[in-house]
Design a protein around this ligand. Sequence first.
Ligand SMILES: Cc1cc2nc3c(=O)[nH]c(=O)nc-3n(C[C@H](O)[C@H](O)[C@H](O)COP(=O)(O)O)c2cc1C
Ligand code: SF4
Ligand code: SF4
Length: 239
Amino acid sequence: MSKLEDIESKRLFAICTCGGYEIFNAVPALRALARVVRQAGSGLAAEYTVRLPMNNLDYGHIPVPIEIDSAIIISRAEAQVGDICDRIADGRNGRHHTLGRLVTGVMAPAYSAMAKSTVQSLKGLAGEPADSGLGFRELLPLTDRSIQVDANCTGCGVCRQVCPVGNIELVDGSPLWLHHCEMCCACDEWCPSGAVHHWQRSSGAKYHHPSVTAKDLRGGPSSHGAAQQAQRAERQKVD
Ligand SMILES: Cc1cc2nc3c(=O)[nH]c(=O)nc-3n(C[C@H](O)[C@H](O)[C@H](O)COP(=O)(O)O)c2cc1C
Ligand code: SF4
Ligand code: SF4
C-alpha cells in the first residue's frame, strides 16, 4: 500500500478475511492497514471483514464457542460479500466500523501482549533460540525451517506451484524451502500426497475453499511469486 502511486486520488477500501471473530481478528488488521495508508498520505474510504473457515480447520485455540461448520460459514460469507458489494456501491462503511474502533482501542494492551507471545512462538518455528534478538519480520520468513516432508512425497511439484512467493524449489525431485516463507500453509494444504507437515496448528484436517483449485493458485513462482520476490528485494534495500 505504501508503494501505490497517486494514492491520494484513489478511493480505497479494504476487505480482510479471518477464521475467528471478525471484530477481534480482522478489525485490528484493518486498523493497522489504515495506519499504513494514512502514513502514505491517503485514507481508507471503508473497511470490511469476512469470516471464512479456518484454513486448517483447527478452532481449538479459540477460547470461546464459535460456529465451526464450514458449509454454514461459507454460505454466510457469500451473503456478506453481496452485502459488501452493495455497501461499496452505496459508499457505506463496514458493519463493524464504529464498534471495531472501540474494541481495537480497548484491546490494545491484550494485542500487544499477544504480539510478544507470537514472536516467541515464531522463534520456535524458525529454530531460533528463545533469547534471539530477531523480530517478527525476520522470523516469519524462517518459519519454513519447521516444515517437514515425509516419504509419501512423489516429487509432483504441486507445492512449488501453489507457493505464492516462490519459496520452494524441487531439488532431485524433493522440495527445498528457501526461507522467505509467508506462512500461508498452501504447500501443506495442497500437497496431493499429504506429505508436507507444518507447524502444529495445521497438522490436522486440511481445508481449502470448495470453489478453489490448485490450478487457480498456479503461476505462483513464475508470475506473482516473481513480483513478490522483487518487492522483497526492494523492501530489504529500504530496511
Ligand atoms: C498462518 C496463518 C495464521 C492465521 N491466523 C489467524 C488468526 O489468528 N485469526 C484468524 O481469525 N484467522 C487466522 N488465519 C486466517 C484464517 O485461518 C482463515 O482461514 C482465512 O482468513 C481464510 O481466508 P484466506 O485463506 O483467503 O486467507 C490465519 C491463517 C494463516 C495461514
Ligand atoms: S506437493 Fe507433496 S508430493 Fe508433490 S512435491 Fe510437494 S511435497 Fe512432494
Ligand atoms: S506455500 Fe506458503 S507456507 Fe508453503 S513455503 Fe510457500 S509461503 Fe511458505
